[in-house]
Design a protein around this ligand. Sequence first.
Ligand code: BGC
Length: 768
Amino acid sequence: MNRLYTLGVLLIGLAGAFAAAPLAVAQPSPAFIAKREAFIDQLMKRMTVQEKIGQLRLRSLEAGAHPDRAGFEKEISDGRVGGIFNTVVRPDIRVLQEAAMRSRLKIPLFFSFDVIHGQRTLFPVGLGLASTWDLDAVHTMGRISAIEASADGLNLTYSPMVDISRDPRWGRNSEGFGEDTYLTSRIGAALVKAYQGDDPSQPGHIMATVKHFALYGAVEGGRDYNTVDMSPQRMYQDYFPPYKAAIDAGAAAVMIALNSVNGEPATSDKWLLQDVLRKEWGFKGITISDHGAIMELIKHGVAADGEDAARKAVQAGTDMSMSDTIYGTNLMPLLKSGKIGMADIDRACRDVLRVKYDLGLFKDPYRNIGTAADDLPDSFAESRLHRPAAREVARESLVLLKNQGSVLPLKKAGTIALVGPLADDQVDMMGNWAGAGRASQTITLRQGIQNIVGGKVRLIYAKGSDITDDPDMVKYLNLYKNDVQVDGRSEADMVKEAVDAARQADVIVAAVGESQGMAHEASSRSDITIPPVQERLLKALKATGKPLIIVLMNGRPLALPWEAENADAMLETWFSGTEGGNAIADVLFGDMNPSGKLPVTFPRAVGQIPLYYNHLPTGRPFDPAHPDKYTSRYFDITNGPLYPFGYGLSYTNFSVSDIKLSAPTMKAGGMLKASVTVTNTGDREGATVVQLYLNQPVASISRPVQELRGFRRIDLKPGQSREVSFDITDDDLAFYNQQIKRVVEPGKFNVYVGLDSASVKATNFYRL
Ligand code: BGC
């Protein structure tokens, strides 16, 4: 990342009430806290029970979508709403805040939205952002999201989403940062800091909501909203840390997961919401239910009716109810009948008021809204976009999976056949959860290629196929929005056009994969290949004998055995956002040397799932060098991943030296340095990511065969070498034992360093 750019554009505002400690999250000062609590005490004394309950209600309002607009505003001016989501432009937000200012106590609303990978300018989806392994890039996305969202009048985003997932069938893989605990924790924490800064009430900042607490990414079978059943070790060791890292970074809000955890829905799980979140982790912000989740306690089978559901949720510690009427309708009768106490409501209400106070809304309810005179004439104005930064981040997010015979980068000359349903598709390039972005402002691959080599290359475009030829699938994907367009021509006609284009060209670039809606909420797939109609297109293109370059767009790891075998080159681009087409073209033509690394394992087939790099050893491990029958394996497929975690090629080559350790042993509480020298042995400048993995071969319980414990992105000129060192401390060696105690057990530790998880240098040391 160009650091100067990052700093120049993004530094806004310094701490006010919040005193920043170096390298630590800024904590509110004791004086600030005392003042805030006194203010809230006074306010709560004046509030009626109904007004307190009102604060616990989070209502959705999409532009122009409410059937009873006047009634909606009256609810607000009656003090029966605490926050709004899905209203995203200042004039609309102002009207709602004005309604709140007509209420008896003038308690301001806060305004929230799913700003997941950008607000107006879209950055790569979560998996793409994670593929950069670049915390500066993460910071850039977070800052620009906050700047654009706060300029739209928003106060809070429902991001970061840090659900670890080891199941590519789950559609929400695209939103998260992959399968690894350490990488996800670092990215989640960096995003929180970028959104909130040291003081979220400062201009250009918004509050963060870490979600979905907890374990949503572990839904059984990768089927959305399904059950989660998990051992405490795995929970504490692998799935909890990213939520905790975001909270330690200061996340003001937590969104509660829709799933149950070991039989108890998260929304009614006192252990999760109070014991773990508040007592163990010291969380002080608000908890927000997911959409309609309190009502869903009935269907989960833990509540008899709405009243029961509201009681369970509020008593468990669910502060705000998102988009259902259940708190509004049931909390008062529950209080009157003595089934809940005033303390249950007061506690939740205080959490909400505290967040509003921290946001500075009591000082200025129009903090991000301004006056009508300040309104932008056009919220979608091109001038609002941060295109150079989006292009830079997107370029870093692209992962080169294959490059046989160095077919890439392409020459800026000759004829190129550009084919595939995703080659000229603005909606899918944006990715899902596209904030308030606009498809018409998104650069497709076709436009990107034109922008870069328009005058020099003859580009023949042919769509070649639809995303899918399954009408039921199209119907499903278009249920709420008409995102998937069906061409209308026959498959044969479309393939013929593409093959004709290929025959005239020197090289084929085929943009294939999933539509953004195929890797989204409620978009679990039982088959994770490229849809068959696109595979048939690829096979027809391959038959022309022309070099075939596959540009993948997708939101989950895909099973790509045919493509991996038959493509000459393959570039994973995820859904890369507003500047996606330019960024991909930069890499295809060598203006940018690819440096992305996979944050997820790519399996060979859906039947291998779950397949993740940091698995536990078994008693009968499979050894490809000695493939015995009675070992842990599948006998009908090559074992192991198609592409391992951390993998990604470059147009240059790097070598990694043997690992040097600063000492052969480490004392309790000590520190050890592991260093390697990385050399660019090729003839192009390039960046790569040096990865540190650790393993404890003998411990009181089985420990993963390797676990990421550090990474460093470095840039090297041809012939240049750099030493990269990692500090290893007890924190990197600790794990949760059978009693769920975080311990360091003395003994041998293996150290692995490499440029992906599968090809590493190894050494070891002893922790005394
Ligand atoms: C999703 C959340 C999202 C919320 C509000 C839910 O369906 O699970 O991730 O933040 O909607 O849009």
